[in-house]
Design a protein around this ligand. Sequence first.
Ligand SMILES: [Zn+2]
Length: 572
Amino acid sequence: MSAYGSFLNRICKIFFIFVLGMLIISGCRQRSSAPAEKIFVNGHIITMDENISEVEALAIGQGKILSIGTTEEIMNSYSDAEVVNLKGKTVMPGIIESHGHLLSLGQSFLELNFEGVTTPQEVVQKVQERVSETPSGQWITGWGWDEGAWAKNYPTNKELNKVSPENPVYLRGLHGFACWANDKALEIAGIKKDTPDPENGKIIKDAISGRPTGILTNEAQGLLTPHIPPMTPDQVERALKLAIEECLKNGLTTVHEAKTSAEMLEAFRSLQKKNELKSRIYVMLDVTDKNLIEPFFIKGPEIDPNKMLAIRCIKIFVDGALGSRGAALLEPYSDAPGEKGAIVTPEDTLYRLTVRALKSGLQIAVHAIGDRANRITLNAFRRALGEVPQVQDHRLRVEHAQVVALDDIPKFAPRGIVLSMQPPHCTSDMPWAETRVGSERIKGAYAWRSFLDTGAHLTFNSDFPGETLNPFYGMYAALTRQTPDGRPEGGWYPEQCLSRGEVLRAYTVEGAYSGFEEDIKGKILPGMLADFIVFSDDILTIPVQKLLSLQVEQTYLDGNLVYDKGSVFLKK
Ligand SMILES: [Zn+2]
């Protein structure tokens, strides 16, 4: 190369370095000079990055995290911003509740609530009080008596008929697998002595007289429910708003609504339009409503630019629940040799729906509890993915995956299937789950650790309102596999317990992943939505028992305070 050539080469290099330098400087300036509306300092801020690092301070502006760092750094960079002194409190990303039922939760605030009620007499008494203030003939509805706990000895409607002869009474069970109705309600629905049981359901009848006792299990509830007047759109909105307030109180800034009906979707849209949707909603559309889902197979997902409402998932049930022996098992129940549960969506139907969803950019979430339901789901997903191989990032989901054949556990991760599981189900079911499935199958039940070890994506949630939506309770269950009073000692199959970091990831980062939203939520890092919660104890270090009394003090969404424990709801 000539001297002139090498001179030119040097000039070019210097120019290149100069331009690069200018770009870097302007990039930094842009970041540090973006106006912050608010800064939070002197905290334990759990970022939920790869190392679960903590920082002291963060800055927010226009609904997003602008920057994180030490208190000094953030104070110096944003001297004009409003300062919130966290005084050593802990901050973490808002919880992503990846499976809950908002309307049922909201309804429970509008109707009679029997959660925690231990005797049928108490239920009857509450109904009697409600009858006294209800016009004759009007339906009285309630929710929350424990059909699991009372299954050995279901109540009859004798006392209900006495206190409510004119008002039809319909009381749903805590988990939705049985209801309890009075004679007036049965009469309206035309349920009589000679009414046959529907498939997958039972009209419980008196052994001597043969008359219905008022208890309808599983699909038999469908004989009654169409006769109950539907909620008005106003009532649906009111119920959803109450449910969302409860979510914010518990630190849930995103909720995956796990069976969204047309009425609910309309209410979500209406609330969003009025700017009254206060937590982010990820919708799983109810597959049984063809009119609801067909348009989405044509147009694909619908994601609101403000990230408040995302519609991109379809929910399909493949079986029922373990408690009521509706979960589909490969071999008979250990405590009911003639029963194997029932498949409600056959493999071929699931396969066809999955192919259509994959082609439209939609996600499928399958309720699969028993090992047979899980195998059918695996097969249907494998066939569908084989037919639409171009869709790599599908995040097909299995909800619950509660009892899975040991051979099948390693088959989820390689296919990219996301597991959505509920630690509270484990601790609620552990007194009787092994009786249902026996000592071998139980090794693949609530098997979080086994799934994680295969490299699977695992998100945790509560499936409220059947379980409390308090995420700290779920975290306790995932860490200990014990009841709140510490039983059994050492935990139930404790080899499946997870570490604190794994549990926190399952409630944040993985929840975001399960909704294709890991780029905008689940972590406190620059560029993420400013959705976070504040509480008093450091969740990474407090004794595990203290999780049970931990309470959210503040919840922020888009950088706005939407719940404050010491105050009322601030942003109505
Ligand atoms: Zn559910």
